[in-house]
Unconditional design. Structure first.
Length: 71
């Protein structure tokens, strides 16, 4: 399966769709509890990660929203 992950072509050995939590693990995503997943231009609700899978040709973005700073 070939995906575009954060703008880069990524090849996985899987031929079947992969659930988002498994993808996060396989790609060693830092801080998976704090990542927001965008799949094919749509944000995936965290509650839907377990039932949402990525398939060949999909585009995935892993986003981290950070707060903080000084005024």
């Amino acid at each position: 399966m070939v995906l575009t992950v954060n703008g880069k072509t990524t090849t996985l050995e899987d031929v079947e769709p992969v659930p988002i939590p498994a993808l996060l693990e396989r790609l060693n995503v830092a801080d998976p509890l704090y990542v927001t997943v965008e799949l094919n231009g749509e944000f995936v609700d965290r509650n839907a990660h377990e039932i949402t899978s990525v398939a060949d040709g999909d585009t995935v973005e892993f986003l981290y929203f950070m707060g903080g700073g000084e005024r």
